[in-house]
Design a protein around this ligand. Structure first.
Ligand code: SAM
Ligand code: SF4
Length: 329
């Protein structure tokens, strides 16, 4: 397994399939001034497969497909099919806003996808419209039900907590983990991209200890579950009688950089070395000029070696050149 210069074992590749999205969450994607990667610069299914094969060869075993919205790719099911066949990849997941899952949940499951994380910020239709902007609660809920029916288990729901938008709604979301065998996880806002989304992420930030307290006040005490893996970014809890799990992902109030095991690949073929920094290693010339698996493997090793030790949000430093939809979370 590749180790970075701080001894961290990097075995998890997050692949962004596209920087387009059918939603416009207030902290992720601005409404105006958007520019997208030109179509011919986006990695093809075959190029993504080449990178995944090279990664598996050096010891990566976990891949997550993300975006933008990964299901906007017409070949999303084909990509799942190609990647799940790669020897050494034992854990293939996807993060999606679920809008297209009513049609795609079953084909994705049949192609071999087993892990799905669905992003929903509130169960209140009016407030969901305000925070996620283009989608509706009904669409996302239908997508969650489709994933459940297709056999994905456990379903993981991710909610970003935003002051004055949905911070009260964490209670209704957490209640789902009392009733269902789902994982409901709360994510702290991170300021990426330097624009209006970054500014909102700073001004509307809610620390997860506050969210946890709000949930416990309404629904009872949460008991921590020992982590199954040191690199799990979520601290997980259960209610005494709960069927599911409540998780807290706290990159700002409780950074987990010391156990980071991730490398990220952008839709335009760059290894992005740390979510909250600008460092990148460009892979596309090697992919497009016939460098082959060895050249890709060498660049991946270079990217792992150059991974920064951690983020510097407390010094006001974050990724400037890309917003979240251009990296994938
Ligand atoms: N479109 C898919 C989705 O929303 O799940 C996948 C891509 S989205 C960029 C991945 C994750 O990033 C989502 O769970 C989203 O909530 C989270 N995210 C986006 N912007 C964020 C921000 N500024 N701070 C924290 N999380 C953010
Ligand atoms: Fe789209 Fe996901 Fe960003 Fe929302 S968080 S705008 S769904 S990419």
């Amino acid at each position: 397994m590749p180790q970075d210069s701080f001894g961290r074992e990097i075995n998890y590749l997050r692949i962004s399939l596209t920087d387009h999205c059918n939603l416009r969450c207030v902290y992720c994607m601005p409404l105006r001034g958007l520019t997208f990667v030109p179509g011919d610069e986006v990695l093809t299914a075959s190029e993504i497969e080449q990178v995944a094969k090279a990664a598996a060869k050096v010891g990566f075993n976990k891949i997550r497909l993300t975006g933008g919205e990964p299901l906007l790719r017409k070949d999303a099911v084909e990509i799942v099919d190609r990647l799940q066949k790669i020897e050494g990849i034992t854990d293939l997941g996807m993060t999606t806003n679920a809008i297209l899952l009513p049609d795609l949940a079953q084909p994705l499951f049949d192609a071999g996808l087993r892990r799905i994380n669905i992003h929903i910020d509130t169960l209140d239709p009016a407030r969901l419209k305000r925070v996620m902007r283009f989608g509706t609660f009904e669409q996302i809920w239908s997508g969650i039900e489709a994933a459940d029916e297709a056999g994905f288990a456990p379903i993981k729901l991710n909610s970003v907590v935003v002051r004055d938008y949905n911070e009260e709604d964490v209670v209704d979301l957490a209640r789902l983990a009392l009733e269902r065998n789902w994982h409901v996880r709360f994510i702290e806002l991170m300021p990426l991209g330097g624009g209006e989304c970054a500014r909102l992420s700073l001004s509307q930030y809610v620390p997860n200890p506050e969210t946890k307290e709000r949930i416990e006040t309404e629904l009872g005490q949460l008991r921590e579950i020992p982590p199954t893996s040191p690199s799990d970014e979520s601290r997980n809890f259960r209610f005494g009688q709960g069927a599911g799990v409540v998780g807290f992902i706290s990159p700002v109030s409780d950074p987990y950089c010391g156990t980071c095991n991730r490398m990220r690949l952008t839709a335009d073929g760059k290894f992005h070395l740390c979510l909250l920094n600008d460092h990148e290693v460009d892979l596309k010339p090697a992919l497009r000029n016939g460098g082959g698996g060895k050249a890709i493997g060498d660049l991946l090793a270079q990217a792992v070696a150059q991974k920064p030790t951690g983020h510097r949000l407390d010094e006001g430093v974050s990724t400037q050149r890309r917003a979240m939809f251009q990296i994938g979370g």
